[in-house]
Design a protein around this ligand. Structure first.
Ligand SMILES: [Fe+2]
Length: 340
């Protein structure tokens, strides 16, 4: 190498490094906003030197924003909740497929979109809550049991336009077939103590207040109340029992919080690195802990007293992509039975 060449090499490299440092960013659009997220993102930057910019907004608002930004979107990764919503983003063509041996090895197949468009990173269960003084756990062993006439005027559940209920119906369609799934929805509708209103927490409160005896809720709304220091939350939780439905059969319906790499990601390599990071032991704990969820990587354990008290359970291993695929059929069924 001549002196001149060496000089060019040296200065060229010196010039290149700041540019490279500038390039080491990752833009994340997230509908999460939990305390543990700070540690989650800091861990990635520490490990890779890649700085994270975050935009946080509501789930549907983020999807709309990415859609409007189109090919000029700065977003690399979308993090959001529920397979139904991840599927919507996929349907809009917002994701690019990611193939990663690490993700395939770490994340069980049922928690991954088969084409690699999005991956689940934590698991939530749709459980049955019951009033301990009026109902026994054995009375509600399955989702199907909620359709029995004995629950007439005793059941609370939120609106059918809510994505959690659409995904639950998506699972029922898959497992029972459309006709039986619709019969279930019709019977559950007939059993309602009131027209659907409020979120999952409101259903739990209604059970505790005696307005209904059983309710359907995502488990973490219960966990949130159970971990609350407020005496009124503790009093409420003391009245509730939680059942993981369908333990002797297909298992409890579960859903995910998940993420995918966006089609127009300016930093696709860093984006894939981030997804792989999310499948790591520490990140799995942070990601799940933020919302009292379970890690999807089976070997990772969280130190969460409420989840420990709820115990182990069998979950339905239906691929989460089916929950998305069945959304239109689910909405039609709910509309036909006037679930509201
Ligand atoms: Fe939620």
């Amino acid at each position: 190498m001549t002196v001149l060449k060496a000089l060019i090499y040296f200065f060229g490299a010196a010039l290149a490094f700041p540019a490279l440092a500038q390039d080491k960013v990752l833009n994340i659009y997230s509908s999460r906003h939990y305390q543990t997220d700070e540690a989650l993102y800091a861990g990635f930057t520490r490990r890779t030197g890649i700085r994270i910019n975050r935009i946080e907004a509501g789930e549907d608002a983020l999807i709309e924003r990415i859609r409007n930004e189109g090919a000029r979107s700065p977003a690399d990764v979308l993090i959001t909740v529920d397979a139904g919503r991840l599927w919507r983003a996929e349907q809009l063509g917002l994701f690019q497929p990611v193939k990663s041996a690490l993700l395939e090895k770490r994340i069980p197949a049922s928690f991954r979109e088969p084409g690699g468009h999005w991956y689940g990173f934590s698991m939530r269960a749709r459980v049955i809550a019951y009033a301990k003084d009026r109902v026994k756990a054995a009375d509600v062993p399955t989702y199907e049991a909620l359709a029995a006439p004995r629950w007439k005027g005793r059941l609370c559940v939120r609106s059918s336009t809510n994505i959690y209920n659409l995904s639950l119906m998506g699972a029922l369609i898959e497992q029972l077939g459309e006709a039986q799934a619709e019969a279930w929805a019709k019977a559950v509708r007939a059993n309602m103590a009131r027209d659907p209103k409020g979120g999952d927490t409101d259903q739990l409160k209604a059970v505790a207040a005696g307005e209904c005896d059983v309710a359907i809720s995502n488990h973490y709304y219960y966990a949130r109340l159970a971990r609350s220091a407020k005496p009124e939350d503790q009093a409420l939780v003391a009245k509730l029992g939680i059942v993981f439905p369908n333990q002797s059969g297909r298992g409890t319906h579960v859903n995910v919080s998940g993420a995918g790499v966006l089609k127009h990601a300016p930093h696709p390599a860093a984006a894939v690195q981030f997804l792989e990071y999310l499948a790591g032991d520490d990140a799995q704990r942070y990601f799940a802990d933020g919302n009292n969820e379970w890690p999807v990587v089976p070997s990772v354990r969280v130190d969460n007293p409420v989840l420990a008290a709820l115990g182990e359970f069998r979950y339905d291993t239906l691929n989460v992509a089916a929950l998305g695929r069945n959304q239109p059929a689910s909405q039609k069924i709910y509309d036909r039975v006037a679930w509201k």
